[in-house]
Write a protein that binds this ligand. Sequence first.
Ligand code: FMN
Length: 180
Amino acid sequence: MNTPTPAILVTYGSRHGATAGIAEEIADALREDGFAPAVVPAREVTDVTPYDAVVIGGSLHAGHWNHDALRCARRNAAALAERPVWFFSSGPLDTTAEQEDLAPVPGAAHAMAQVHARGHVTFGGCVTADTPGVVARVLVRSGRAGDFRNPPRIRRWAHRVAGELRAHPGPAAAPDHADA
Ligand SMILES: Cc1cc2nc3c(=O)[nH]c(=O)nc-3n(C[C@H](O)[C@H](O)[C@H](O)COP(=O)(O)O)c2cc1C
């Protein structure tokens, strides 16, 4: 008998769209691996029980993980704890996320512990001339803005998540934490 393909939710908290783009990239890679993920903004997620696994991401602003993503993790904590869950963060406007394993900020780390998340990765972020806000404008003017999301790296991580999910579909933590 064939094992049914796990239903995956990819959800994200994004202020200006950069993290939404990462979520879409992750979902695309999961589709290549035979999954049919739903991609839903974190603030719209009221129930994760229709899904067998969840990827949840949030952008970093002033050292904090996105509030929508945090609230989503909190209000669904009990159900998330019974499913395989991976976290990602979107932040640094440089390549540090590719050079070292950047730990989740405390809010995200706490949420991860609550739901027994299998892993976390930080991807580079994106601020461009189209990003609203004073800080974004300053970053652009000073030449410190840019798109550091690195789609191939995002896709590699998503493929790793897909592999872990196929190998260990249950809620128990997999041995490998799928760092990119
Ligand atoms: C006002 C502001 C504050 C930011 N603070 C941080 C930060 O503390 N740490 C970090 O790594 N990136 C920081 N960034 C970069 C963002 O996390 C990055 O651009 C991210 O990809 C934005 O995603 P979003 O558009 O989905 O919100 C900041 C960007 C802005 C505009």
